[in-house]
Design a protein around this ligand. Structure first.
Ligand code: HMG
Ligand code: MG
Length: 310
């Protein structure tokens, strides 16, 4: 029994990557059970203690739209000063006001590459989303905050089917150009495959985006997430979103299941000898503990292999 893979580096890979942990937000927003705020607080503290450099904490969205995160204020207050450095999602000026009131220093807007998902997730058309986000980014930047931009449905949409790469690049660039410091490309329903990832990243680069400004956000619905990370590494991307224990989905995207599990990503990167700074044992213990609270085992293969049953 081993708790780490043998390290065998491969050519054409970066030395180090940043793991951007989204479990407390993308994961818990989709849980049918409401998770008590003290469990969320402990989850975030344990993820930080396990060495994750960035942990997205929650969302300041409408509590009727995502009741699972209706405790955002209370959670951020409990996290105190440490919480101010954790990114939070803000869809509009009302969300930004809530984040500013709590002293948050990192916010993220989340746009859609498709018309249908913009309407379902934001109650806005594709064009109206920019009108909603523009003052959010301007005011956040004026207040000295850092802004991340997400673009969803980059690799396929459950209502519209295939999404043209040109459309993804156009929407992504417009969102980034509002004043973001990073653009995270979301495979919201996990349908992307490795060649598609290479094509999308290369199309952004051809349009003038720096690869260092891009992040990849994979859901693992079809088991392609790690293969897609491999394509991303070869394409020069060094930030990957992942969710502890493989929690996650999106309440407004049918067929969106869990994010790429952070443990599976850590195992994969460790095997390649790519630095990530995360303590896998502490992470597996955290996901096993959380699975006990959720009342079901983690879908992560690595958590199942290394963890004791919840
Ligand atoms: P709306 O109904 O159009 O809102 O929702 P509105 O602007 O018409 O306002 C209606 C009422 O809501 C007003 O109150 C506002 O004050 C209030 P009233 O005057 O009627 O009393 N309101 C708010 N209250 C609290 N916080 C707010 C807020 N905004 C308005 N922020 C809205 C528009 C964007 C708010 C709504 O559609 C929403 O909350 N959507 C969020 C959906 C969501 O969170 N989805 C999951 C995150 S995205 C994701 O998971 C994908 C990602 O992981 C990447 C990937 O996988 O691809 C990021
Ligand atoms: Mg997501």
């Amino acid at each position: 029994m081993t708790d780490l893979p043998m390290t065998v580096p491969s050519s054409g890979q970066p030395d180090r990557v940043t793991i951007y942990e989204v479990g407390p937000r993308d994961g818990l927003q989709n849980e049918s059970a409401l998770v008590p705020v003290e469990v969320k607080e402990e989850l975030i503290r344990r993820l930080l203690a396990a060495g994750l450099p960035i942990v997205e904490a929650t969302s300041f969205v409408h509590p009727r739209w995502v009741p699972q995160l209706a405790d955002a204020e209370e959670l951020m207050r409990r996290l105190g000063e440490e919480g101010r450095d954790l990114p939070v999602l803000v869809p509009n000026e009302r969300g930004l006001d809530r984040a500013l009131e709590l002293g948050c220093r990192h916010v993220a807007i989340f746009g859609s590459a498709t018309e249908t998902f913009a309407r379902k997730n934001l109650n806005r058309s594709l064009d109206e989303q920019y009108v909603m986000f523009e003052p959010v980014v301007r005011r956040a930047r004026d207040a000295g905050l850092d802004v991340r931009a997400y673009v969803s449905m980059c690799f396929g949409d459950p209502w519209e089917g295939a999404v043209p790469v040109d459309q993804v690049v156009d929407v992504g660039q417009r969102l980034f150009d509002l004043g973001a410091s990073q653009l995270s490309l979301g495979d919201t329903i996990g349908v992307g495959t490795a060649g598609h990832v290479t094509a999308v990243v290369d199309a952004f680069a051809a349009a003038g985006m720096r690869r260092s400004d891009l992040a990849l956000h994979f859901h693992d619905t079809y088991g392609q997430a790690l293969s897609n990370v491999q394509a991303g590494l070869r394409a020069g991307i060094t930030t990957y979103d992942a969710s502890a224990g493989g929690l996650g989905g999106c309440p407004y995207a049918k067929s969106a299941t869990g994010n790429l599990a952070t443990e599976d990503l850590v195992w994969f990167l460790t095997g390649l000898g790519i630095e990530h700074g995360v303590d896998l044992t502490a992470l597996v213990e955290t996901s096993t503990w959380l699975a006990g609270h959720l009342g079901r085992p983690s879908p992560s293969a690595v958590v199942r292999a290394l963890g004791s049953p919840a």
